[in-house]
Design a protein around this ligand. Structure first.
Ligand code: PLP
Length: 372
């Protein structure tokens, strides 16, 4: 009965695989850059209380504009980065992926252009595809920094409405300096474009490294996106947000969001988690020091490691990345095959998980060396 029906999928989506990393039960998961620690029990209690408080009113639609949450998020950024952002310049959605989708919906579109700097986040091309925005790739330099003269030239020449930079970058971990970001913001402004700095991993940056939030005062055309999925250990709750240099940006995003896109439960638990940001900060400190420990251990063992400001490391280089990835997986640890040829990416886990990863990698390499 169903056999002669072919769903009328958009021509450009026919045969396209959906985004997604493997979700394997029972393995040590070091593949999607989550915070490896469960939420502390005092935070769990606060989330349960917050959920209970809103449960009675779930017959009503939530606050469409998430005012309380956007105000809390601005307060968090003030503490975290020392930058004051007016709540009217804040935006929030179900993950920073949705925030960026909103940005491309509002500012991209047919006849418009966006620029990215690969190797970078694999979702950027998908936002462009979904919104019929033309995407131009400006490859990074061999050390994974942005090739600034080339980037400035391309922006001036192609006049993108949106320039998307992840800093720290995924999958390489590379941080882009504030000076370089300011240069990109300046040329973008010259062509009436927006610079989006995706700071999904900002909380893991080394001490003394500034956030791109510092550009907001000078550049109304900058948007900094953040997420609670990584440092906050809140990936399952789905809360991403943005701070913009101009309130007109948040106004434009309001136009394209679906009605009541953030559930009352999401808003309530996110507010409760933000109230406990300082408790969660202890986990971030441990993850940062584990990142640096893993980095040293990998370098000492003779691997190339891309300098990382994030909670993951890209390391290599391997002649057979698929084989190494599979052998590690066979021993119960899931890492990620992503990025340039010859490299693999591992997320920073708990100290035990990191030890297990290091000894497994060592074992896999020994075995492979004996065989060859
Ligand atoms: C993980 C990640 C995000 C955040 O995704 P959420 O939708 O907030 O969970 C955004 N950008 C990059 C580069 C990431 O790696």
């Amino acid at each position: 009965m169903t056999s002669d029906f072919i769903p009328p999928v958009r021509q450009d989506l026919v045969g396209v695989a959906p985004y997604g990393a493997p979700q394997d039960e029972g393995l040590v998961c070091l593949n999607v850059n989550e915070n490896p620690f469960p939420l502390p029990s005092e935070v769990v209690d606060a989330l349960a209380d917050a959920t209970r408080r809103v449960a009675r009113d779930l017959n009503r639609y939530p606050d469409r504009d998430a005012i309380a949450l956007r105000t809390r998020l601005a307060g968090y950024l003030a503490t975290e980065s020392g930058v004051l952002v007016d709540p009217t310049c804040m935006w929030a959605a179900n993950g920073s992926n949705e925030v960026m989708h909103h940005i491309l919906l509002a500012f991209g579109g047919p006849g418009r252009t966006a620029v990215t700097f690969p190797p970078s986040y694999s979702m950027y091309p998908e936002y462009a595809r979904d919104t019929f925005t033309r995407l131009i790739s400006v490859p990074r330099a061999p050390d994974f920094r942005i090739d600034l003269p080339r980037a400035e030239h391309e922006i001036a020449d192609r006049r993108p409405v949106v320039t998307l930079v992840a800093s720290p970058n995924n999958p390489t971990g590379t941080g882009i300096s504030l000076d370089d970001l300011a240069s990109l913001a300046r040329v973008s402004r010259g062509v009436s474009g927006i610079l989006v700095v995706d700071e999904a991993y900002a909380e893991f940056r080394h001490r003394g490294v500034p956030s791109a939030l510092e550009l907001l005062g000078d550049f109304p055309n900058v948007i900094v996106t953040r997420t609670m999925s990584k440092a906050f250990g809140f990936a399952g709750a789905r809360l991403g947000y943005a701070a913009a240099g101009h309130p007109g940006i948040a106004e434009a995003l309001r136009v394209v969001r679906l009605p009541y896109h953030l559930s009352a439960i999401t808003q309530a638990v996110a507010c409760a988690a933000l109230d406990h940001a300082s408790v969660l900060q202890a986990q971030v400190d441990l993850i940062r020091s584990e990142r640096d420990r893993l980095d040293t251990a990998l370098r000492t063992a003779g691997y190339d490691v891309a300098p990382s400001e994030a909670n993951f490391l890209m390391f290599g280089r391997f002649a057979d990345t698929v084989g190494v990835w599979q052998s590690i997986r066979d021993r119960g640890i899931l890492i990620r095959q992503v990025g340039p040829e010859g490299w693999l990416r591992v997320s920073v886990g708990t100290p035990d998980e990191n030890d297990r990863f290091l000894s497994t990698l060592h074992e896999v390499d020994e075995t492979r060396r004996e065989r060859s």
